[in-house]
Design a protein around this ligand. Structure first.
Ligand SMILES: [Zn+2]
Length: 70
């Protein structure tokens, strides 16, 4: 993992982003699938793309704040 661009950042001072449901701050990455219609797909064909989101390890709540829409 290349974290060189963050080398001057002190993570101990960073703000926690706890689970809204249970307050735990341990997440795992999961993916949700999205259908991309042909008219907006770069390949001009309908596609299903995986979108990474974070799931609380403690209660399973999905953190939609980090929903990556590209
Ligand atoms: Zn939780």
């Amino acid at each position: 993992m290349n974290s060189q661009y963050l080398q001057n950042f002190d993570f101990t001072k960073a703000e926690d982003v706890p689970c809204k449901k249970c307050g735990a701050n341990v997440f795992e990455t999961v993916v949700t699938l999205k259908k991309v219609p042909a008219n907006v797909s770069p390949t001009k064909k309908p596609a299903v793309v995986p979108i990474p989101i974070f799931r609380c390890c403690a209660c399973g709540e999905l953190n939609q704040d980090y929903y990556q829409q590209s």
